[in-house]
Design a protein. Structure first.
Length: 130
């Protein structure tokens, strides 16, 4: 699914970012994951004072989709601070690779007009797979 509304996906991620719980880092992130059937699953980062249970926005969106029975994805938008470009962390890249191939479109940004487009393969060139 190469044809999709990139601005709409970024806006969905921006809307999800508003729900972030980030009292420690103050780094608010939203994600919007587009399934191959056109549905969008959103997520936000949810921090925890123990740090390791912290849930990134991307993994939140993946968990929502998988828990609804969806396992095929075309794209994901990840947005952080409006003045920056946020990319998925290494753990999120690996989790995405569990359900996607290297052609997953990844939009990294802060707004729907300030973003870059890449692929999961470019972000994680030697992904681990069993």
């Amino acid at each position: 699914m190469k044809d999709f509304d990139r601005k709409a996906l970024l806006r969905a991620a921006m809307a999800a970012r508003k729900f972030s719980y980030a009292p420690f880092s103050h780094f608010y992130v939203g994600a919007a994951l587009l399934s191959t059937d056109g549905r969008i699953f959103t997520g936000c980062n949810i921090e925890n004072s123990a740090y390791s249970p912290t849930l990134c926005a991307e993994r939140c969106a993946v968990a929502k989709a998988v828990s609804e029975g969806v396992r095929e994805f075309a794209a994901i938008a990840v947005v952080g601070p409006e003045d920056g470009e946020t990319t998925p962390c290494g753990v999120c890249r690996q989790v995405l690779y569990e359900f996607c191939d290297e052609n997953l479109v990844v939009l990294c940004g802060g707004t729907d007009s300030h973003y870059t487009e890449t692929t999961l393969g470019e972000l994680l060139p030697k992904a681990f797979r069993l």
